[in-house]
Design a binder for this molecule. Structure first.
Ligand code: GLN
Length: 483
């Protein structure tokens, strides 16, 4: 039987196999995670809520059900606090949902069964709006690589938990980079699947035309396994795709021989730190050395992605967040009359960034400005989709950095929304086009992890994962638990 320390060193798939073989119990795994959380959580603050008792109880139930279990069911999971979990409060990092307890699990979790072993709900920017996890009402999460720095965001708690070994794997959500960017800043793998590949039912909506649930893991194989667990059609989500789920693990080791990989010049230049660019370049030549045909793939409109995103996402926010009015969910601040109650509830319940987005969105959608902002942004979105179509006619996979910088200091950008938004420059084009993208650690710059982003065409996750696995092999980086 493996000792508790070696359990923490395992990848999720290795742990899953040991549990399957009966060498370790799910209960032992949950205990190890609970202990590690107890040791480091004061420093990291990766969780809004931890659920040690529930994890043990559910793990025992999973152990009792030997036979007919999915491979992944015994491995405890960290769940971003925007995904509904039955009986476990789900705050979205917001005061307005401080005491909200969903009645059901999000559909993305359904293949874990009723006994989903959740060790805790991961901290995040309020309603997933942000790139540093500083916009949480529950305090910032610290980057396990350097406690003075941010873990990225909005899924910063999920990324930090995996980097710190407070769990083997985590789910995040990616609307404009929120799985990939924190994965990059914390030295782990973050996969944003094709839009519609994973159900959004039970995911509390941020921007419904962009939101995707995705795995955050120690390595690419874990990402493939967790995608296998969460992918699939769901009649409860009308935007979920009725496309067969392939086996994401079979072709993982096939290598990149003959694969056409296009480096995106527009995402390698201005605004990208030299140390970050060097890592991306090194990985690209490594892939060429491994047999890929590497060339240049221009996305001429990608520079307009960021401004278009920061119209479209807030527009959808202004609509999606209208439901938090003190009537049906969460916080209610009593006042004289219903209008005053709405006003006070929203004023006290929402933080500064949520309010900023609601105002930006309402403005962009208002009559007189709709054509100038929202309609224009949708046209840009179409141009970006066409750019990708042209690029994928020549290349199987596109490559760029994931984020323009390594992890920055806590407090450095929090008062400068434009500087904060600029973090998403490489990430948002994939969201606007709905294509899958993954961040794989490529190496270090200034002693901090750098993520390399790969993108591929709709529903080609098997190719993307195969290229990502090869990237992991040529990269100058191996997962190491911090601090
Ligand atoms: N950082 C981006 C934003 O603030 C993306 C967030 C996300 O993907 N959830 O909107």
């Amino acid at each position: 039987m493996a000792g508790s320390h070696s359990l923490l060193d395992l990848t999720a798939h290795a742990l899953a196999e040991e549990i399957e073989a009966g060498e370790v119990s799910a209960r032992e795994a949950a205990e190890v995670a609970n202990t590690r959380i107890g040791e480091v959580e004061d420093e990291i603050n990766a969780f809004v809520t931890t659920t040690p008792g529930l994890a043990l109880e559910r793990a025992e139930a999973v152990d009792a059900r030997n036979g007919g279990r999915n491979l992944w069911e015994g491995v405890p999971l960290v769940v971003k606090d925007v995904l509904s979990t039955r009986g476990v409060r789900t705050t979205c990092g917001s005061r307005i949902l401080e005491n909200f307890e969903p009645l059901y699990d999000a559909s993305a979790l359904r293949n874990f069964g009723d006994d989903l072993i959740v060790v805790g709900k991961a901290n995040c920017d309020e309603f997933a709006m942000g790139s540093s996890t500083e916009n949480s009402a529950y305090g910032p999460t610290r980057n396990p690589w350097d406690l003075g720095r941010v873990p990225g965001g909005s899924s910063g708690g999920s990324a930090a938990a995996v980097a710190a070994g407070e769990g083997w794997w985590a789910l995040g959500t990616d609307t404009g980079g929120s799985v990939r960017q924190p994965a990059a800043l914390c030295g782990i793998v973050g996969l944003k699947p094709t839009y519609g590949r994973v159900s959004r039912h039970g995911l509390i909506a941020f921007a419904s035309s962009l939101d995707v649930v995705g795995p955050m893991t120690r390595d690419v194989r874990d990402g493939a396994l967790l995608l296998q667990a969460i992918a699939g059609h769901d009649p409860r989500d009308s935007t979920s795709a009725n496309v067969e789920v392939p086996d994401y693990l079979t072709n993982l080791e096939d290598g990149v021989e003959g694969l056409r990989i296009g480096v995106v010049p527009e995402l390698m230049g201005e605004g990208i730190e030299p140390g970050v660019r060097e890592v991306a370049e090194r990985v690209a030549s490594g892939l060429e050395g491994a047999g890929a045909e590497v060339g240049e793939a221009s996305l001429p409109h990608s520079g307009y992605g960021l401004p278009a995103y920061y119209i479209i996402a807030p527009a959808e926010v202004s609509s999606n967040l209208a439901r938090f009015d003190g009537v049906r969910y969460g916080l209610r601040v009593s006042a004289d009359g219903v209008h005053e109650m709405y006003r006070k509830t929203r004023e006290e319940g929402f933080g500064a960034e949520a309010k900023r987005r609601i105002m930006l969105g309402a403005y962009a959608l208002s009559s007189g400005y709709y054509d100038a902002y929202y309609a224009q942004a949708q046209k840009v979105r179409t141009r970006i989709i066409e750019d990708f179509q042209a690029a994928f006619a020549r290349y199987d996979v596109l490559l760029s950095p994931t984020a323009p910088t390594v992890a920055f200091e806590i407090g450095e950008k929090v008062d400068d929304p434009l500087a904060m938004y600029a973090n998403d420059i490489c990430a948002v084009p994939a969201n606007l086009a709905g294509i899958p993208a993954i961040s794989v650690p490529g190496g270090l710059s200034e002693g901090l992890p750098v993520g390399v982003q790969l993108m591929s065409d709709h529903f080609t996750e098997p190719t993307l994962l195969r290229a990502a696995r090869a990237t992991e092999q040529v990269a100058d980086f191996r997962y190491q638990m911090k601090p």
